[in-house]
Design a protein around this ligand. Structure first.
Ligand code: SF4
Length: 376
């Protein structure tokens, strides 16, 4: 199983696609080290995220606890506090670090509301490399505003010999956003085709499977069904800053338990978990986020291997690209079935449910205080 620890809802970025920063947690409320100690060993991937995890003064202590519990420990960060990451990398050079980067200077700083964000991230990455980090990379949320820079960003990561992770705009209760829609779905989706082809051209097996992940992003952007069924609550799970355990970070009604109040085993084997898994099986939300899609691509029996479907796709299309043949995207994507605008019927999980109201007193600011429609 993969685990995401949402360590804090404080954030020092001001992203247009995420309103977490408007709803910060109080440090005193945030999941403590003793609660993290209750987690068992044997996770595949554990991701420490936020908000911004480097705002936690005990980030290194969190790593000390979680590192032995996972095959791979990951930190998702905005990279604006490089000194915190440097300390982590000096202690654990093989921790995976993904720094959010939405484009080059102007684009990144505009989308993420950061001052000198691009420069700071580039400097942070150079320093982490210098210190011997072995699993470093940038992560971008593909959207209308940065799609024209995505290939160039990918080339930059190839040049720097680091990884490049992509996701698409999503709505989720965690983000306090219900209006994260691409404006020109077809334009964004078509440009991802180029990225997929480029990834298959490399000699990196990781990039080939990332190409499949990007194929899933095209479906997501066009408003179509997922490539693989969602395994929330079974193969991946989220713990939030209040120690609440959720099957995923999109639907607040998929709350399973609380790690401070209950033992981990009981949370996973209880009636609530069983009911939530039934809800997941019937979920039509069709998310395709890195954390959730990557898990769905893995073979549940041998997690180091992929499922048959992604494997077959990769072999087939790697061969085509190697032989100079184009990928037949129309075989996997129905370009006629495109949701043109945000009238696509999807449930907006960003407000109005009982769990959000339950959580609101814990938040430093009211949950249901939304800004104007963000048309960037
Ligand atoms: S598809 Fe449904 S259950 Fe799966 S991550 Fe998305 S909202 Fe959660």
């Amino acid at each position: 199983m993969d685990l995401t620890v949402i360590s804090t809802y404080r954030c020092n970025s001001r992203c247009s696609m995420c309103n977490i920063w408007k709803h910060p947690t109080l440090p005193v409320q945030e999941i403590g080290l003793s609660t993290l100690n209750k987690l068992p060993d044997g996770f595949d991937n554990v991701n420490i995220t936020g908000g911004e995890p480097t705002l936690r003064n005990d980030l290194l202590d969190m790593c000390e606890i979680l590192y032995p519990k996972a095959k791979k420990l990951e930190i998702s960060t905005n990279g604006l506090r490089p000194e915190k990451l440097e300390t982590v990398i000096q202690r654990f050079p093989n921790i995976k670090i993904r720094i959010s980067l939405e484009g080059f200077q102007q684009t990144n700083d505009r989308i993420r509301g950061e001052r000198k964000g691009f420069e700071t991230k580039m400097r942070a990455m150079a320093r982490l490399k210098e210190l011997g980090g072995t699993d470093l990379g940038f992560a971008s949320v593909i959207q209308d505003e940065n799609i024209d820079e995505i290939i160039e960003l990918y080339n930059l990561t190839k040049h720097e010999k680091i990884e490049f992770a992509t996701s698409a705009l999503h709505n989720a209760f965690q983000f306090h956003k219900g209006d994260n829609w691409p404006y020109n779905r077809l334009r964004v989706a078509r440009q991802i085709e180029t990225l997929i082809t480029e990834m298959l051209r490399t000699n990196s097996v990781k990039s080939w499977f990332r190409a499949y992940l990007n194929l899933g992003l095209i479906r997501k952007i066009l408003g179509q069904k997922r490539l693989l069924v969602c395994t929330a609550g079974t193969e991946f799970i989220f713990v939030d800053p209040w120690s609440d355990v959720y099957a995923c970070n999109v639907r607040p009604d998929l709350l399973i338990g609380n790690l401070e109040e209950q033992p981990w085993d009981r949370i996973l084997s209880g009636d609530k978990a069983r009911r939530v898994r039934e809800q997941v099986a019937a979920c039509a939300q069709n998310c395709w986020m890195v954390t959730t899609a990557r898990t769905a691509m893995r073979n549940p029996r041998v997690p180091s291997l992929p499922k048959l479907r992604p494997l077959a796709w990769v072999i087939n299309n790697k061969l085509r690209v190697t032989m100079g043949m184009p990928i037949r995207f129309q075989k996997y994507i129905n370009y006629v079935d495109i949701a043109n605008d945000s009238t696509l019927k999807r449930k907006d999980y960003s407000s109005g449910d009982p769990i959000r109201r339950k959580l609101s007193p814990k938040s430093a600011q009211p949950y249901d205080e939304y800004g104007p429609f963000n048309n960037r």
